[in-house]
Design a protein around this ligand. Structure first.
Ligand code: ADP
Ligand code: ASP
Ligand code: MG
Length: 403
């Protein structure tokens, strides 16, 4: 007997047929004598549909009420799946966040799970019941419903695996595992059999939405191995675990991209101590995260141009800050939100010389201009024009032997 968390994403529970198919997967685990905790997402598209409804009322819809609204998607799939299992004569029960409870802290729409009560569910598992739990949500210490960020059912699954000390945490989704790039956009992408937590964390933070990055982070901190696999095929998935077991023969493991950045350039900023601090301090105060920064000295050596990138969602806020702040003197400001971030990730990058050069040469061959660069030990990211992104991903995929 083993104890497992099985998480099913939105497409996996996207229709009644699919829910019935998922019920059969669970039935098999149950028949094998395993204790099973199931985490479900809302049906695919449901969370966006609910979000759109709230925006029809107001762009500034109450965040408390938004959490009540958004969490309903997962409530629906929990009940449907529990019902489907009962129909197959499998003992099953849905538990809502407040019934368990799953306690969170932090602001509405972006809370974090801090504790989960286990007694009742553990008793139920011992009595051969399957517990079905809605992902993506919890309750605050005040008793308000909270959600834990988009894609958050992954984080729910990892938190449950940790707190219930399960032997496995399996993430069922609509692709066969983690690929060298998004297999829906880059059909030549290859499935990765094993990947380290560090690499997966970089890939998911840089745009590979197959795993939510905060879920990977928790799994890494508490050393909870994960397996990403398909709901619809029986193929082996991808194992995500600690670094000791990883093969470093490949310099680059994957290519990720995202379109949620914006680039800002302040032209003709006075070049003297304290200027950078003056620029970035108000951004920090308004919780605008700055990602890449580049500073160029102008030909007169008295002024400088500062370019930096932020999340595209923060662009309006940032424009406002520069409009209102008199502490920062510059000649002109330009904004570009038609940019994309392209990244290569690989634990073997540190030990392989020439990766940087190879990436830049490949982009140059495609006549793609690099607008900003940032590096770490296991990743290299560049900002380029959005229109070039798929072409660039394909090119890097080939150049780094990932096809
Ligand atoms: P779920 O609803 O199961 O959580 P998601 O839509 O959140 O599924 O994540 C799965 C999707 O992630 C895939 O359909 C795929 O298009 C996308 N994806 C992006 N990058 C990758 C990658 N490197 N490997 C696998 N899938 C990826
Ligand atoms: N339903 C939520 C979302 O769409 C959570 C999830 O699917 O993981 O973001
Ligand atoms: Mg997801």
């Amino acid at each position: 007997m083993v104890k497992k968390v099985l998480k099913f994403g939105g497409t996996s529970v996207g229709s009644i047929d699919r829910i019935q198919h998922v019920a059969k997967i669970i039935e098999k685990e149950h028949k094998n004598g395993n204790q099973v905790i199931v985490v479900v997402s809302a049906m695919s598209g449901k969370t966006n549909e609910l979000l759109n409804l709230s925006q029809k009322i107001s762009n500034n819809f109450s965040k408390r009420e938004l959490d009540v609204l958004l969490s309903s998607g997962e409530q629906i799939t929990s009940a449907l799946l529990a019902g489907a299992l009962i129909n197959l004569n499998v003992k099953a029960k849905s538990y809502l966040n407040w019934q368990i409870p799953i306690i969170t802290e932090g602001e509405h729409t972006n809370a974090r799970i801090i504790n989960i009560k286990t007694n009742e569910i553990n008793e139920y598992l011992k009595k051969k019941g399957v517990a079905i739990i809605p992902g993506f949500q919890g309750i605050s210490t005040n008793g308000d419903i909270t959600t834990i960020g988009r894609g958050g059912s992954d984080a729910s699954a990892v938190a449950l695996a940790k707190i219930f000390k399960t032997d496995f945490c399996e993430i069922y989704t609509d692709v066969d595992g983690v690929f060298s790039s998004d297999p829906k956009k880059i059909p030549i992408a290859k499935k990765i059999d094993k990947i380290s937590f560090d690499e997966m964390l970089e890939l998911s933070s840089l745009g590979a939405k197959v795993m939510q990055s905060s879920a990977v982070q928790t799994a890494m901190i508490y050393d909870i191995p994960l397996e990403v696999k398909s709901t619809f095929t029986n193929r082996e998935g991808t194992k995500i675990f600690g670094q000791d077991n990883i093969d470093y023969t490949k310099s680059v493991t994957g290519v990720a991209y995202s379109k949620d950045d914006a680039k800002i350039t302040l032209i003709g900023v006075e070049d003297k101590p304290g200027v950078a601090a003056n620029i970035f301090e108000p951004l920090n105060e308004s919780q605008v995260n700055v990602d890449m920064v580049i500073q160029n000295i102008s030909s007169d050596s008295r002024t400088t141009d500062v370019t930096f990138t932020i999340k595209r969602d923060d662009l309006l806020k940032t424009k406002d800050i520069f409009k209102k702040n008199n502490n920062i003197n510059f000649e002109k400001i330009t904004y570009n939100d038609n940019v994309a971030k392209l990244s290569i990730v690989g634990a073997g990058m540190v030990t392989t010389p020439g990766v940087t050069y190879k990436m830049f040469r490949a982009l140059a061959d495609e006549k793609i201009n690099i607008l900003a660069i940032s590096t770490s030990e296991i990743k290299l990211s560049v900002i380029i024009n959005e229109e070039n992104i798929l072409n660039a991903v394909k090119k890097l995929h080939t150049v780094f032997d990932l096809d």
